[in-house]
Design a protein around this ligand. Sequence first.
Ligand SMILES: Cc1cc2nc3c(=O)[nH]c(=O)nc-3n(C[C@H](O)[C@H](O)[C@H](O)COP(=O)(O)OP(=O)(O)OC[C@H]3O[C@@H](n4cnc5c(N)ncnc54)[C@H](O)[C@@H]3O)c2cc1C
Length: 511
Amino acid sequence: MNTAEPLRALLGARYVEDRERLKRYEIPERGEPGHTDCLLLPASAAELQQVLRLCNEVGRKLVLSAGRTGLVESQRPEGETVLSLEKLNRPLRFELADGRAFDFPAQAKPEEAADALANWWRGLNQPALDGAKLEVEAGLAVDAVNELLRPLGLMWPMEMGSTSAATVGACVSNASAGANAVSYGTAAHLCETAWGYWGDGSETGPCRAVAWQAPPPDRLAIDSASVQPAWGLIGSQGLFGVVTRARLRTYPIPAQREAVLLPVDGMPAAMRLLDAARGQFPGAIEEFEFMSRQSLQLVETHLGAAFRWPFETPQIDSPFYVLLQVESRDAEEDLAGRLYDFLADKLQWPAEKIGYAPLPLLKKLRHSITESSNARMRVLGGGRLSFDTATPVAVFGDYLAALEQELRAAHPEVELIAFGHAGVGGAHLHLLGSKEQPVKAHAAELVKLVFDVTLRFGGTFSAEHGIGPKWAREFQQRAPAQLREALAAEKHKRDPRGILNPRSFGLVETG
Ligand SMILES: Cc1cc2nc3c(=O)[nH]c(=O)nc-3n(C[C@H](O)[C@H](O)[C@H](O)COP(=O)(O)OP(=O)(O)OC[C@H]3O[C@@H](n4cnc5c(N)ncnc54)[C@H](O)[C@@H]3O)c2cc1C
């Protein structure tokens, strides 16, 4: 049977075969372009279910696409049809803990929707918002969610460089972790309930994950290689089904935030600093990010005159820098003073090494690393291998030190750029080659080295970006047999014809 006709009849102009329009869906955020002959743009959950049913009838393979910012090539088609969630982008309902709820008007523009919600809340005399939830369709972008919540003083705390495009459904499915995961956990934890369809087109939900509780320092805090079938669609990276809507936990926007950039002698020292900060600001550390000297130097080169060290005299000799951000719910307290006293008095941190600057400036340093690395890669012309690893926080400093040492010993020619979410033991590692010595020539060896060291420290080779096709082979080689078998069984149950993201995790015979 041919599915083209029924799909075209179902979707009309949203069944796309036009080559020009398909191009953008062939290019992933990272990696080589793929290819597809068809794009499907369902505009409702019912249409999406119908698409899944029709594709199941003939085993038509699909890759899921939403904001297209994913970093493990899941959204890149290799001949599969692209099923995009981009039309499912409406806010649905805002609900207070006492059950009173606001349903968004169906056709409202984003600003109108935000105004309508704020007016409803004011009309009720601004009741308490503790425990309020926001339900949205899966294809709504993270920034759009926060535009809706901001007038109420609330937020959905995903802080990533990609939030203008990255969608709620993808973040929930990928258990994406922002820079502030140390405080709020991953998007899986930030989602109270998700609904959608299994790969076979049958309805599913409510799927539930648990709210975030920081694990003890000797346990992994984030690990997107360990999908939990019990959470259903949440965290399952489009393996078993498609999230169509999610109900999100909301959080108050802190009354104050303060941050400092601190040079440190090494990551073990940084982790001791984190420990002390936790004691001083219990539950109030929103971010603890790290940047290697090389990564900040790249940012300095890339931003040129726009770059500012937040110190009176540049502190260029430290191997690492950390960005410590604390928050307070009390608008009146002297948070900046408390942070300064903690560093200067309690830790005896030299004043010239306390980098104060307005928060957006400090964030810009951190968020400019990826584009600076891209620029450096183009200059060097030897390609890049990028990794997203995590270890338990207790060994994170030792892990990075060992990794750098082993990499230097085996491949002194490779440039290592390390940065990421130290508060949850997460590291983004970019390995850059040169024109003369491209990383491609030693890719297998470099991947093995990074993965071996990571696993030796009790870590994971996929902290938050997921597995996708990019790490499918390594997942099959390195994940515990019990996990592989559990995921294969769940895949078979939920998507028996293996039509969804068939190359992800290496669970489906694609030969
Ligand atoms: C500059 C930059 C910074 C980033 N920073 C971070 C970061 O700090 N932390 C982090 O975790 N990630 C980060 N990412 C990665 C990325 O933003 C996340 O993986 C995000 O979840 C992808 O969202 P998307 O809508 O773009 O998904 P897409 O790229 O369109 O889709 C990727 C895959 O997600 C799954 N998926 C998407 N929607 C659904 C759905 N509705 N149901 C089921 N599965 C679905 C599918 O497997 C799909 O193939 C960053 C990316 C960039 C480019």
